[in-house]
Design a protein around this ligand. Structure first.
Ligand code: NAD
Ligand code: ISE
Length: 341
């Protein structure tokens, strides 16, 4: 069986996902596209795909069995609610939404529908290196995780697309999600430290250091630098009771010459996480074909949104900002018990 998919938002990642859904993965076909920039949608449309004037019309079309949302964050809520109303499985790029209230409305709609339909684009959970790191932590051979050090560096970000708070309300969500997932715990509070601003960063608040206080007492420090020029550099190290476990440097060819010994650094997220994006869609396609969703959920998107909100408050207050989550609906499973403090 082939899953017929409609893609909303045909910018950078929309085009990359259309490429993988069209030329890399099997069991799926892009039959519809839509973008507020209709010409861009038309240029991105694979052969035979219909270009829709609005996201709503694409979602409601009988041709479309499942939806991929790659529009900007503030547009996600309405598009997600339309997908849930139509009963269609939906892959939504991060961030799920851009406010706590919006996240609660999506949770309420999905819970009322009674079955999971939403998978959020937290692709690190599908990366082989992250999966091995989680297996080591979960295996318990190093004892309880006490700290996790996360480094999230982008060479640059597109000019004009983001507000000054982009490192906290757009980029941080990945580190927040991976911290919750690796440590099987929720984030209880957030602090932010703002060092000297990079001269390359213009109006952006960049870099920033974020401390995530986990419920069981572990602390996660996150360096976010979104204009660091030299490449896309993602690192992670879990410091546990009797040892540490770290993500490896990406295995690439080692070049030795008159300039020294060096390895190439990925240019951006498309290169670093190419296999992870492929795998997140493989798993999405299997679930969507059965009319449901697995993987990172609306609940995970809600937790990341709360973390971003708390980080923005913490910049102003310069204090620890606590998170207050609603009780987890049964639809999203029970929270695994974190290791005791
Ligand atoms: P982009 O600006 O290149 O593309 C976004 C596209 O969405 C644009 O073509 C825009 O016209 C369109 N759009 C905006 N509002 C719309 C609406 N209401 N209806 C239809 N189309 C609309 O941005 P991008 O870098 O492709 O990012 C898109 C989303 O993907 C963002 O939420 C971003 O955070 C996320 N993203 C995730 C990753 C990841 O690693 N998972 C990487 C990059 C981007
Ligand atoms: C982008 O939207 C992503 O999601 C990338 O994974 C992240 O590294 C980058 O900072 C974001 O702008």
């Amino acid at each position: 069986m082939t899953l017929d998919v409609g893609v909303i938002g045909t910018g950078m990642i929309g085009q990359d996902h259309i490429r993988r859904l069209t030329t890399v993965l099997s069991g799926v076909r892009v039959v519809a596209v839509s973008d507020i920039d209709r010409d861009r949608a038309a240029r991105a449309a694979p052969d035979g795909a219909e270009v829709f004037d609005t996201a709503g019309a694409l979602i409601r079309s009988d041709r479309v069995q499942a939806v991929v949302i790659c529009s900007w964050g503030p547009a996600h809520e309405e598009q997600l609610l339309d997908c849930i109303a139509a009963g269609k499985p939906v892959f939504c790029e991060k961030p799920l939404v851009t406010s706590e209230a919006a996240a609660l409305r999506v949770i309420a709609a999905e819970v009322a529908f009674g079955r999971r339909l939403v998978q959020v684009g937290f692709m690190r959970r599908f990366d082989a290196d992250y999966r091995r790191l989680k297996a080591v932590i979960d295996g318990g051979s190093l004892g309880a995780p006490l700290m996790y050090h996360s480094v999230h560096r982008n060479a640059s970000v597109p000019e004009g697309l983001y507000t000054s708070e982009m490192p906290l309300n757009d980029t941080l969500v990945h580190d927040a999600d991976v911290a919750r997932w690796l440590l099987s715990d929720e984030i209880a509070g957030v602090e932010v430290r703002v060092p000297r601003r990079s001269a390359r960063s213009g109006a952006l608040r960049d870099p920033v250091i974020v401390l995530l206080h986990m419920s069981a007492g572990a602390i996660v420090d996150v360096e976010i630098s979104v204009n660091i020029a030299y490449g896309y550099d993602i690192r992670g190290e879990a410091s546990c009771e009797t040892g540490v476990a770290a993500l490896p440097n990406r295995p690439t060819t080692v070049i030795s010459d008159a300039h020294g010994i060096r390895q190439a650094i990925p240019v951006d997220w498309r290169e670093r996480f190419i296999e992870a994006y492929d795998q997140e869609f493989r798993e999405w396609i299997v679930a969507a074909a059965q009319g449901t969703a697995t993987g990172p959920s609306t609940w995970d998107g809600y937790a990341a949104t709360l973390t971003a909100d708390a980080a923005l408050r913490a910049v102003q207050s310069r204090a620890l900002e606590n998170l207050s989550m609603i009780e987890k609906p049964g639809l999203y499973g029970t929270s695994p018990a974190p290791a005791a403090q």
